[in-house]
Design a protein around this ligand. Structure first.
Ligand code: COA
Length: 190
């Protein structure tokens, strides 16, 4: 049986089932604790009957710094998925979907315009997952990653910046069709 609950600091000792996955980023300890301290409702885990963490989502609520308000790349108040991962043995059971929906509820509660995330262009599985949940590509961030997940000779990989509008965006102002043709530099993303 799987249980969903908020992350607590002890969980960092029990996330290795998820983090051994090559597409899952492992961060400094302080990074997890910062998310826990600042946005506890956007940091949820799924644990199995033995107390292993078999999935988690970590996110934040923010907007671009005020100084960039005149920029075309300015991001209004939104939620961002920083990490989402489900342990390989627990995939296709609906865990990723439940975790994402929990974060979306927190985003709506926080009056966010949309939820966004970055995903490697080669990560077809995650892209299919997000599309199924109603996310679409908003833009391509060139060379966002400093390595390539599938090509050991490539020095970098592009990211899709994907978005899903939240309840606040009644007129769907913050998504667009054909987002894959809009390319930006990594320096335009803040
Ligand atoms: C992407 C990921 C989080 C999906 O988690 P999951 O718990 O397996 O997903 P769910 O079971 O909730 O899937 C929901 C729907 O998404 C789609 N989906 C999920 N995995 C898919 C896959 N491998 N291929 C195609 N569609 C997929 C399906 O439509 C699925 O519904 P269905 O099983 O009824 O067909 C998981 O594969 C993972 O952890 N990947 C490695 C880390 C990663 O890439 N994270 C995202 C980085 S941004």
């Amino acid at each position: 049986m799987a249980t969903f609950r908020r992350f607590n600091p002890d969980d960092v000792h029990r996330i290795s089932k998820c983090n051994l996955d090559p597409l899952t980023e492992t961060y400094e300890l302080s990074f997890y604790l910062q998310y826990h301290a600042k946005w506890p409702s956007l940091f949820q885990v799924c644990e199995d009957a033995n107390g292993n963490i078999i999935g988690y989502i970590m996110g934040k609520l923010e907007s671009s710094p005020e100084v960039y308000k005149v920029s075309e790349h300015y991001l209004p108040w939104h939620a961002h998925i920083t990490a989402l991962t489900v342990a390989p043995e627990a995939r296709r059971l609906g865990i990723g979907k439940i975790l994402t929906e929990q974060l979306e509820s927190a985003a709506d509660a926080g009056n966010a315009w949309f939820v966004d995330l970055f995903v490697r262009k080669s990560n077809a599985r995650a892209i299919a997952f997000y599309e199924r949940l109603g996310y679409s590509v908003f833009r391509v961030v060139k060379d966002y990653y400093g390595d390539h997940a599938t090509d050991p000779f490539a020095q970098s990989e592009d990211a899709y910046d994907m978005r899903k509008p939240m309840k606040r965006d009644k007129k769907l102002q913050h998504i667009r069709e054909n987002g894959a043709i809009f390319e930006v530099d990594a320096s335009d993303v803040w």
